[in-house]
Structure formats: C-alpha cells, structure tokens
Design a protein around this ligand. Structure first.
Ligand code: SF4
Ligand code: SF4
Length: 331
C-alpha cells in the first residue's frame, strides 16, 4: 500500500489543531488523534509513505490504475494500483473574502485557526496577560452563505468555537465572552446540548445575530466595535423590533468554515470523479465513500465538512469499501 502526500509531512490541516483540555478535562476535540494515526502508519510495514510527491497523470491499466508521480526533486516515477482512495482534505475559507469583517487589516480580528495555531505554538497560556476583557466569536463566517457559493453548514466551527471559548474562559475567568450566531437553528451535529451548556456558563453570552461590519473603535483604538441585532433579546418577547446594539471588543474570533481545496477541480478531472454543487467530491453510496468510478474511493473532508474524529471514521469506511472492492475483484 502506498500513501502519497504532496507536503513534506503528513497531517495537513489537522497539524494546527491544539489540545483544548480544560484543567485536564478532555474536550474531545480530536487534536490528539493525529500523532497516533501517523505513528500507526509509520510503524506499519504494509504502508509505504511518499512525501513531497504529486500525481501528474492517471490512466487505466489491466483493470487498475497507472499513476505518474513527480517528487520534490522533479523526478518522475510510476506506480500501479488496483484501487485508489482520495483523501485530499479541505481549505479553510479565507476570512479576507468577508471584507467588512476587517480580517488582515484589524489586528484584533483573528480566525479560529489563528487562535488554534497560537495555542499550539505557545501553549495554553498564549492569551494570558494580554489584558483581554471582552472577546467575541462570530459564527458561520463563509458558511451557510449561498451568495458565496457555500450554502452548507461546515459542521465543525460551532464545536471548535465552543471549545476555544471554554478554554479561554477557564484561563481567564474575568473575560466576558459573546458568541454571535446566525439564528436559532442548531446547525451542526449534536449542537443543541453544547449551546445550552455554554449559555449556562457565567460570563458567556450567546447572541442570535451577526454583525455586518467590524471597525476600529473610536472610543478606544485598541478595540474593535460593531453593531448587531439580537433576535433573542427581550425586545422581541415584548413584540417590538429588536433594537440595534453596539459593543466594543478586545478580540474578535471569526469561526471560518471549510471549503473544497482550491485544486479540487483539477484533482477531480485527473481521477475522473464528479463534484457536488459546492465542489466537494460526489459519491454514489450511503456511506459517501464510493465515487462514480469503480475502484476510486474518497475519505474525509474532500467529500464533505467533517471533524477529525468523523474524518477518521469516514476513512475507515472508505478502507472497508476499498477492501470489499478488491475482494470482489479478486486482487
Ligand atoms: S481530544 Fe482534544 S482536548 Fe482531548 S486530549 Fe486530545 S487534543 Fe486534548
Ligand atoms: S458549524 Fe456552526 S458556525 Fe459552522 S457553519 Fe455550521 S452553524 Fe455556522
């Protein structure tokens, strides 16, 4: 079995997932799944790992596939395979595409991935001692937005925002946290209970309303400010239009969603698989692992947004489907 990876190391986006255990209590973020999985692959005599290698051509050969590969030094090689599993991953939505939120211009506006990466690099104390008093998390940045071609829920960003908020609150009990979400819908799997849990934490608010624009605060240029309407606010209960509120924050964390990799179209063409309306690889079975091309399977978030543990489970299903295919084929 050969594992072909275009980067120099295995892991992809999962490399930036930090541990969010709160005072030793695991938050089940899946961050520690990666080293275990990589260790297993490295230890296995059955898997050959080719890093810094890309597939440049795929042709059918004797009922299987012949891959042309190019490695980091520009050398071309060939590899025959009876079946293929595509696990090409996803891209985070670029927060700059949500221009009015000021990402890349306002230093107080960061993404959930920026926060994860800083926590990975500097440890859980990364945000201690910065004098943070008010932090906002903004949900659905780049997801559930048909105008941007991403009408789907990215599934993971509510969960990572809630875990990051809980971690931050445990490190900085005095900080006020507000999570701004789109509406009352508990989009994403198993979210209702998680929202209830976070709303019951002292010093954490959930606001049903998103800002349109984030600006530098005129009161305090070290902070940012925005207007929002909270559709859950008391005004609504009193049958009045929800009032517009304005608040300043020291830090705003954008919960950016997931999208197909920028080269997903080229990869689909190379392997002869289809893509769905949003650009993820399409499948024809209930498990979402078999493509229209017999012998080509997909695993993980190249097929749909998934968390780490869901991606691992999906990869297992893909491996099982691939194994059944090879058995039926007599390979
Ligand atoms: S699942 Fe996440 S929070 Fe739990 S130990 Fe692993 S990395 Fe830490
Ligand atoms: S998981 Fe939450 S933040 Fe992400 S797209 Fe779905 S509802 Fe929005």
């Amino acid at each position: 079995m050969a594992l072909i990876e275009r980067d120099a190391v295995l892991g992809g986006n999962a490399l930036t997932v930090c541990c969010k255990a709160v005072e030793g209590e695991c938050q089940l973020c899946g961050g520690c799944l990666l080293p275990d999985q990589i260790d297993e692959v490295r230890r296995s005599d059955l898997v050959e790992v080719w890093t810094q290698t890309t597939v440049t051509r795929v042709t059918r050969e004797n009922g299987g596939f012949l891959l042309r590969l190019r490695n980091g030094s520009g050398a071309d090689m060939s590899l025959s395979a009876d079946a293929l599993v595509l696990a090409t991953g996803f891209d985070h939505v670029d927060a700059r595409t949500k221009g009015p939120y000021g990402y890349g211009i306002l230093p107080q506006v960061i993404t959930g991935q920026d926060m994860e990466k800083r926590l990975c690099d500097e440890g859980q104390a990364a945000y201690d001692g910065l004098g943070l008093k008010k932090v906002a998390f903004i949900q659905c940045v780049g997801s559930r937005d048909e105008h941007a071609g991403r009408g789907y829920c990215s599934q993971v960003c509510c969960r990572y925002a809630l875990r990051l908020a809980r971690l931050l609150k445990s490190r900085l009990p005095e900080v006020e946290i507000a999570l701004f979400k789109m509406d009352l819908q508990h989009a994403g799997r198993d979210m209702a209970a998680a929202w209830r849990a976070i709303s019951s934490m002292e010093g954490v608010r959930v606001v049903a309303g998103l800002p349109a624009v984030i600006r530098r605060s005129t009161e305090n240029p070290k902070r940012v400010t925005f207007f929002y309407n909270d559709i859950l606010a008391d005004d609504l209960a009193q049958e009045r239009a929800p009032g517009t509120k304005q608040e300043d924050f020291d830090l705003v964390v954008l919960s950016v969603g997931m999208q197909p990799r920028a080269d997903a179209g080229r990869v689909a063409e190379l392997f002869g698989v289809n893509r769905d309306a949003y650009g993820f690889f399409s499948t024809r079975d209930q498990e979402g692992v078999s493509t229209i091309l017999p012998g080509v399977f997909v695993a993980g978030s190249c097929q749909a947004p998934r968390s780490m543990s869901e991606a691992v489970a999906h990869a297992r299903q893909a491996a099982e489907a691939c194994y059944r295919y090879l058995q039926e084929k007599g390979s």
